[in-house]
Design a protein around this ligand. Structure first.
Ligand code: RB5
Length: 152
């Protein structure tokens, strides 16, 4: 089986969490595309979230992880992109549902909100979960229709 490839990016507020999640992903055999930030100097989260969401949107990487202080800014921007379904999660159940029901292709985590252990568990849960399709696909199709109208 091909190695899973995941892009990861953060702002300064999510840097420590990004580095920890990157180490975790490498440890479980995932190919990681680190899209910054690389130091804790204050930056604007869109400068790091936009390039990652763009790559996921274009299908260049199948999955992405975004981290900022709360996760809110990163999720707002990521969901502006066509084909992106970004889910901000703070617990393991939501992380599983984000894949099973919403087929989320970007997981967003608040580096100032959750601890590293929980963040790792949420990430692993999302990676291992499978989209259930069926009625959930019908619902996603309605969102895709809306996206098509908005991106004309
Ligand atoms: C940065 O201070 C903070 O605003 C940012 O990391 C994020 O939480 C925005 O949503």
């Amino acid at each position: 089986m091909d190695k899973l490839k995941i892009a990861i990016a953060s702002d300064h507020a999510g840097l420590e969490m990004k580095e920890d999640l990157k180490e975790f992903l490498l440890g479980i055999g995932v190919e990681v595309v680190d899209m910054g930030v690389n130091d804790d100097k204050s930056v604007d989260y869109p400068d790091y979230g936009i390039p990652l969401a763009d790559r996921v949107s274009k299908g260049e990487v199948p999955k992405g992880v975004l981290v900022c202080g709360t996760g809110i800014g990163m999720s707002i921007l990521a969901n502006k992109f066509k084909n992106v379904r970004a889910a901000l999660v703070n617990d393991v159940f939501t992380a599983r549902m984000a894949k099973e029901h919403n087929d989320a292709n970007i997981l967003v985590i608040g580096g100032r909100i959750v601890g590293k252990g929980l963040a790792r568990e949420m990430l692993k849960t999302w990676i291992d979960a499978r989209f259930e399709g069926g009625r959930h696909q019908t619902r996603l199709d309605k969102i895709t229709e809306l996206e098509k109208k908005n991106h004309k």
